[in-house]
Design a protein around this ligand. Structure first.
Ligand code: NQM
Length: 361
């Protein structure tokens, strides 16, 4: 076995996801050794991840690697790693805005950032995309307070708000330069406001958009169409061959059922999300704001303000996006995005990445 036999680890809920948080210095510097260790920590590959910390779903098989930043504009660097549940794969090809919610509190807990008073703001450089975020959360008496009155759909109870602000995106909002593309025979909007996402009218795939995630996951014909769309969209978006990548995500759009702007069912990219990712929702919200996008005629955007309420299978996610629609040679761009999440420290201790002994025949 390569790498350390035991590692300090903090298990945290970040938004509607759960993951293992590490200091970068505690993990092997070599990515292959690090990834091998993380597979053993999470118990992958195994659909139940019975031999590790993972919860048998992509949303609970996540890792944050955090370190002090050498960027003068950032306090910490955050590398997100998605650990596959059923394949021996770890990827840094996507970011995660839910796990991001735990990064600021973790940085204070582990002494990377000093608490700043009643509330602390942590400037985070997100290594997966090169973009940045600022997370602000309560730290009365110099300690992170996880308790509070903020409610987010998909998480029982209430907790302290972690307010996350994203400045203007570093990547083009429209990777192909078009508000509509035809991909595998379906008209879609390909958008990236922090997460490469394919917006697809649910009706174009014979879905209502109100199905339960498990029912959509059981539809083999739908899975095949989504796969074809994703592979072609990935190439068009400049992501290359995305056969085994976790991006782009696909969000099926339908008219809102409650008081939101749109209803979504999001594939990440094979399992259907029980809610929606933060950056996935940021991309949906920005895409809906683009005149001519496939959301037109489906979404009901509020007449004023930046807030877009994105409905999903377990409620809704409110996201603020300010989009410059562009004009002439100036392409559309997201000026600012903001969201409220919550996080919780679940345990802090030592994880033992012992490999399973080979089974005897
Ligand atoms: O889009 C799931 C999640 C995510 C990602 C996924 C996320 C985001 O809910 O910012 O948070 O899309 O794989 O954790």
């Amino acid at each position: 076995m390569t790498g350390p036999a035991e590692v300090r680890c903090t298990l945290m809920r970040g938004g509607t996801s759960k993951g293992a948080y590490f200091l970068a210095d505690d993990l092997p510097a070599d990515p292959a050794a690090r990834d091998g260790l993380l597979l053993r920590v999470m118990g992958s590959p195994d659909p139940r991840q019975i031999d590790g910390l993972g919860g048998g779903h992509p949303l609970t098989s996540k890792v944050a690697v955090v370190s002090a930043s050498d960027d003068p504009d950032a306090d910490v660097d955050y590398l997100f790693l998605q650990v596959s549940v059923d394949r021996p794969e770890v990827t840094d090809r996507q970011n995660c805005g839910n796990i991001l919610a735990g990064v600021g509190p973790f940085a204070v807990e582990r002494g990377l950032v000093k608490a700043g008073g009643e509330r602390t703001s942590v400037r985070i450089r997100m290594l997966n995309t090169g973009e940045s975020a600022v997370a602000t959360f309560p730290t009365p008496g110099g300690r992170v307070d996880y308790t509070g009155a903020a409610e987010i759909s998909g998480v029982p109870g209430t907790a302290a708000a972690v307010v996350i602000e994203f400045p203007a995106g570093a990547t083009p909002l429209l990777p192909t330069g078009n508000v509509r593309d035809t991909v595998a025979g379906v008209t879609v909007t390909l958008v990236d406001n922090g997460m490469p996402t394919v917006l697809v009218p649910a009706a174009a795939l014979g879905a209502t958009g109100y199905e339960r995630p498990q029912d959509l996951e059981e539809d083999a014909a739908l899975a095949e169409r989504l796969r074809a769309i994703r592979l072609e969209a990935g190439r068009l978006m400049g992501l290359g061959d995305v056969t085994s990548a976790t991006v782009p995500k696909l969000s099926l759009l339908a008219p809102p059922r409650a008081d939101g702007a749109v209803t979504t069912r999001t594939f990440i990219p094979v399992r259907c999300h029980t809610s929606i990712g933060v950056l996935g929702a940021a991309s949906v919200a920005a895409g809906l704001r683009l005149p001519g996008g496939v959301g037109e005629g489906i979404a009901r955007l509020p007449g004023t303000g930046d807030r877009v309420r994105v409905e999903h299978p377990t409620g809704y996610l409110d996201i603020d996006t300010d989009v410059d629609p562009g004009s002439g040679d100036t392409p559309p761009a997201a000026r600012r995005t903001a969201v409220v999440r919550t996080a919780r420290k679940i345990f802090d201790g030592t994880v033992f990445p012992v490999p399973a002994a080979p089974a005897t025949p």
